[in-house]
Design a protein around this ligand. Structure first.
Ligand SMILES: CC(C)(COP(=O)(O)OP(=O)(O)OC[C@H]1O[C@@H](n2cnc3c(N)ncnc32)[C@H](O)[C@@H]1OP(=O)(O)O)[C@@H](O)C(=O)NCCC(=O)NCCS
Length: 179
């Protein structure tokens, strides 16, 4: 059984090791993680969740932030990191972490959970789709990774049941502008 809990400072070195073990051009457009720096230091309390086995081993983690520092985007939680130790992949840990973020979002009364995923990361895209995330948009050829142009896919999970995530966003007519 996997248990989801808030990360503690003592977890950071294990989380860094998971980052290093899972980094590739299919999982991240950025450079390999720096073993000396804890990028998770930028996240505040409650923003990093870890998955822990019954025996107390950390299996993976996820971190979220708001997409902008503006009060107007406080209702959105953006998943900014998700990684499962390769030794525990394929056992439902990623799914449990996503479930943990969605539970937290409901608790915090967020109405939208968003994320960005590389088009080449088919495992993560499938996980997100199965968890109820829909594609909101595609930034085509956003990254050049190993001489290949790769799309960045924007996905979101809406917690407000009335919202139509599939509505088209066309060029508006000027007479439709709000007063
Ligand atoms: C993406 C990742 C977090 C998935 O974690 P995981 O614990 O292996 O995933 P789960 O076991 O919970 O699997 C959930 C779903 O993902 C898909 N999946 C998982 N492993 C897969 C694999 N090797 N091949 C194909 N699909 C796979 C499956 O659809 C699975 O659902 P199913 O078993 O009902 O078919 C993990 O592969 C990882 O850490 N990848 C590297 C980092 C990364 O890509 N992060 C995402 C950045 S946006």
């Amino acid at each position: 059984m996997t248990h989801i809990r808030d990360a503690e400072p003592a977890d950071l070195s294990v989380l860094r090791a998971i980052d290093i073990a899972t980094h590739s051009v299919d999982t991240s457009p950025g450079p390999p993680p720096d073993p000396e720096r804890h990028h998770l230091g930028n996240f505040g309390p409650g923003q990093v969740l870890v998955a822990e086995s019954e025996g107390g081993r950390i299996q993976g983690y996820t971190a979220w932030g708001h997409p902008t520092p503006l009060p107007s985007s406080e209702h959105v939680m953006q998943i900014q990191a998700l990684a499962v130790d390769p030794r525990f992949q394929g056992e439902g840990v990623g799914r449990a972490l996503i479930r943990g973020v969605l539970e937290l979002a409901r608790h915090r009364e967020a109405t939208k959970v968003s994320l960005r995923v590389l088009g080449t990361n088919v495992v993560a895209r499938r996980l997100y789709s199965l968890a109820g995330f829909v594609v909101e948009g595609v930034l085509r050829q956003e990254f050049e990774l190993e001489n290949r142009l790769v799309d960045d896919i924007l996905m979101a999970h809406y917690l407000d049941g009335d919202f139509d995530a599939h509505r088209e966003v066309d060029a508006p007519r000027l007479d439709q502008a709000p007063d």
